[in-house]
Design a protein around this ligand. Sequence first.
Ligand SMILES: Nc1nc2c(ncn2[C@@H]2O[C@H](COP(=O)(O)OP(=O)(O)OP(=O)(O)O)[C@@H](O)[C@H]2O)c(=O)[nH]1
Length: 242
Amino acid sequence: MVGDGYNEALLHKTILVGDSGVGKTSLLVQFDQGKFIPGSFSATVGIGFTVMLLGDSGVGKTCFLLQFKDGAFLSGTFIATVGIDFRNKVVAVDGVKVKLQIWDTAGQERFRSVTHAYYRDAQALLLLYDITSKMSFDNIRAWLTEIHEYAQKDVVIMLLGNKADVSSERAVRTEDGASLAREYGVPFMETSAKTGMNVELAFLAIAKELKQRAVQPLDEPRFQIHEYIESQKKKSSCCAFS
Ligand SMILES: Nc1nc2c(ncn2[C@@H]2O[C@H](COP(=O)(O)OP(=O)(O)OP(=O)(O)O)[C@@H](O)[C@H]2O)c(=O)[nH]1
């Protein structure tokens, strides 16, 4: 979370350069997570990708990111994000490392102009609604209109129905999420930042797609994100339809 005195001019970029294998990624992980990950070396693809989390306030974006980053769930009092925040995570995809810089945006309307400035830098967008909030689902069309206005034309978009663990309060049917996603041609799944259901899969599918776009070996068939998600995702419950 960034404080009220948020100032874009204070954000700066540091670039690590050097031969393959000298330890650039390990240095970043040490700085970011305070630990060294031993093991066999695998090369990094590209210079990293930016993924943005979008959706109404309270749908669970911050929790979704923390579950992926630290494997933990922040329960208790809800504290809305102010402005924008980011975390780095390195994921292994088909024997190479893909660096993701994940931007957690504030869902509240009053921070919308801050968020708009970052859309153009994102290669992928995870758009969340809360399955217990019909309003957050109804607002997805407005989010997609904004995305088409501000984001890059070829941005990877994924629709996620979060809080799938709270099936007793479900207000949006799984099939309605799936049908909206089909209408816009984007992949879809239900997730839970609380239990971790499909959280890693969402980022992994994004990382695979972005890696494929960065290095596209001619002899390999193109990665199909829709098919990959359909084959890998865990259903929230067989009887969750309301
Ligand atoms: N049961 C359940 N609760 C969740 C889940 N994800 C988030 N929550 C709760 O929902 C509330 C809002 O979560 P946040 O992650 O802060 O929401 P946000 O989308 O980041 O909100 P803004 O920062 O205002 O945009 C918190 O009280 C969380 O504990 C989930 O998957 N299941």
